[in-house]
Design a protein around this ligand. Structure first.
Ligand code: ADP
Ligand code: MG
Length: 605
């Protein structure tokens, strides 16, 4: 079954990786042994299957003529373009085809460099198929920004030989910037990508133009990388062990491997042990190397990248505060070395972004680009939520929540309010944000003054509707339903765009004061009830007081007094007020019954 999945591939000089966007996340895929990093090495045995990766690496010392490393340096290049030194140093033979292209040969068969790259790509394809459990036919492949058309076309051909339709060839620094999330930077944002790998150093300057990154300059050295540091450390060890120059190629390979392990360890630790068991078949060596010792050895190699950084930024005029760089990102395994990070920060004058794994950034970016192409990265407005509750102040100074905190936006909600006292001419709608029970403890976002025809208590009908659009803009609509008159208040951004710290403070305050706030709310509600009861009782007595005995009148009066005392009590004893309200309520009920009876008698008589 064929699928629409597109994989992203970092086809590196020393290492290659494959990734994909799966269930919304860019991820790197591991082979059946759990490895996500594949050495870019291919071995052609005399008989049997071609070996790729770690098994091929192990053959490098044994069968150097049929084991191809760093083939990327030859892909899409003419024989005459390749420096003489590179040809002479190469462990395998580089030949010239009749049409001028560089070639190699294995087992008597002439091969193009892309035939070798194709083996690496085919292995990555299998890795992806194994991990995703589906057949894969489409890929995005990254290349250095300085690759010319011939090199890009040869890379594309390598993909096709491996059975992949190459949907796009993208620049490594651009992929890295994608992985670092820099595609969200503003127009004209300037980024330096410092890529220090195993055998190559690339510096690229990118500028955001019309929403996409353009590579505006590249510089670097295709023969400068972590391998050179390994060589320097190897020389240091040989000297320490007083080996002179009298050791075999096989012995040098052993030291080199130990040097590299120590180098990688020293990125995390202060010292590293170099172990060379049965070094010459007889003796074992052990020695320790400290980070300062290592830095002394590595520094000259790292310093070689300095000129490229300085010259390129100066040539672009990206040097001062206003025209300078906005970001520096680190790519390539060698940028894990602390001294590299320190020097890069010094040279560019800004701290490099180290939020991604430097040896994975390009592959992740390729995966993201592939995800965009196959529609797995959706261009949607991400759902936001209200960080704090939104509401209005109601009678008694309480907070009335209309849209609770953590509501997904866009959102719309409302309530209908009425006038709490008779003859009210207007109503003030105070729009509030916060988690506190008492209005004044929350933040006021705005207010609307609403006029209406004076009438009895409860005669007005005012609708209040809150709506927050996808941009987080809150509009408050008030409507006098008697007249149909609308008022709209727009509150820009404040509904969603609240400072995180302020939100934290508001929430923790609301927790701290939860008990007090609750009491205050209950007290206010009880007091509102008293405020309603007392005038009602006073009115009832004036209408039917003469129907009551002196005792009854006295007990009602004392109930009123109790309530008044409780309301006035500064201690705000909620229980006491509630009890007093209850007594008064019962007394009033009795009065109400008498009033009703009176009215009936009057009607009958
Ligand atoms: P490339 O892009 O050339 O394929 P990579 O980005 O994979 O290369 O980088 C490989 C280089 O990174 C090697 O020289 C390796 O030793 C070095 N490297 C990997 N991890 C570390 C580390 N933790 N500290 C220092 N160097 C490291
Ligand atoms: Mg690389």
């Amino acid at each position: 079954m064929s699928s629409n999945t597109i994989i992203g591939i970092d086809l590196g000089t020393t290492h290659s990786l494959v990734g994909v966007v799966d269930s919304g996340f860019p991820i790197l895929l591991a082979d059946e042994n759990g490895n996500r990093i594949l050495p870019s090495i291919v071995h052609f045995p005399e008989k049997g299957d071609v070996l790729v990766g770690e098994p091929a690496r192990r053959m490098a010392a044994v069968a150097p003529k049929r084991t191809f490393a760093s083939i990327k340096r030859l892909v899409g290049r003419r024989f005459d373009e390749i420096p003489a030194e590179e040809k002479s140093k190469s462990p395998f033979e580089i030949t010239r085809l009749n049409d001028g292209w560089a070639a190699i040969s294995a087992n008597g068969e002439t091969l193009l460099p892309e035939d070798v790259s194709a083996k690496i790509l085919a292995k990555l394809k299998v890795t992806a198929e194994y991990a995703l459990e589906e057949s894969i036919t489409r890929a995005v492949i990254t290349v250095p920004a300085y690759f010319n058309d011939a090199q890009r076309n040869a890379t594309k051909r390598a993909g096709e030989i491996a059975g992949l339709t190459v949907e796009r060839i993208i620049n490594e620094p651009t992929a890295a910037a994608l992985a670092y999330g820099l595609d969200k930077l503003d127009e004209n944002a300037r980024v330096a990508v410092y890529d220090f790998g195993g055998g190559t150093f690339d510096l690229s300057l990118l500028e955001m133009r019309d929403g996409v990154f353009q590579v505006v300059a590249t510089a670097g050295d295709t023969h400068l990388g972590g391998d050179d540091i390994d060589d320097a450390v190897t020389d240091f060890i040989a000297e320490k062990l007083e080996l002179g120059s009298d050791f075999t190629g096989e012995e040098r390979t052993k030291i080199l491997a130990a040097a590299r392990t120590a180098k990688e360890q020293l990125s995390d630790t202060e010292t590293a042990k170099i172990l060379l068991p049965f070094f010459d078949g007889e003796h074992s060596f052990e020695l320790e190397i400290s980070r300062p010792e290592f830095e002394k050895i590595a520094r000259p190699v790292i310093e070689l990248t300095r000129t490229f950084c300085k010259r390129t930024t100066i040539e672009q005029g990206w040097i001062d505060e206003s025209t300078g760089l906005d970001r520096v990102i680190l790519v390539g395994g060698s940028t894990r070395i602390p001294l590299v990070r320190k020097l890069v920060a010094e040279w560019f004058g800004i701290e490099p972004d180290i939020s991604q794994n430097p040896d994975e950034a390009i592959a992740l970016g390729a995966a993201i680009q592939a995800g965009i192409l196959c529609g797995r990265v959706q261009q949607v407005v991400l759902l936001d939520v209200t960080p704090l509750s939104l509401g209005i102040e109601t009678f008694g100074g309480l907070m009335n929540v209309i849209i609770p905190r953590n509501t997904t936006i866009p959102a719309k909600a409302g309530e209908l309010f009425t006038n709490a006292v008779g003859d009210q001419k207007s109503m003030l709608v105070r729009v509030l944000q916060g988690e506190r029970e008492i209005a004044k403890d929350n933040w006021e976002l705005g207010r609307i003054e609403l006029d209406f025809e004076p009438g009895a208590k409860g005669s007005a009908r005012v609708g209040v509707q809150f709506s927050i659009d996808e941009n987080g803009i809150l509009s408050v609509l008030t409507r006098d339903t008697n007249t149909g008159e609308d008022r709209v208040l727009e509150i820009e951004n404040s509904a969603v765009d609240v400072d995180d710290e302020a939100v934290e403070a508001m929430i923790s305050e609301s927790v701290d004061y939860a008990f007090d706030d609750m009491n205050a709310r209950i007290w206010t509600e009880a007091k509102l009830k008293s405020d309603e009861l007392i005038p009602a009782v006073v009115q009832a007595i004036s209408m039917a007081g003469d129907e009551l005995s002196a005792d009854e009148l006295a007990s009602i009066q004392s109930a009123v007094d109790e309530v008044k005392t409780a309301v006035a009590d500064e201690a705000q004893d909620v229980a006491k007020l509630k009890a007093a309200n209850k007594v008064l309520d019962e007394a009033t009920e009795e009065l109400a019954a008498i009033l009703v009876e009176k009215a009936m008698l009057k009607a009958l008589g």
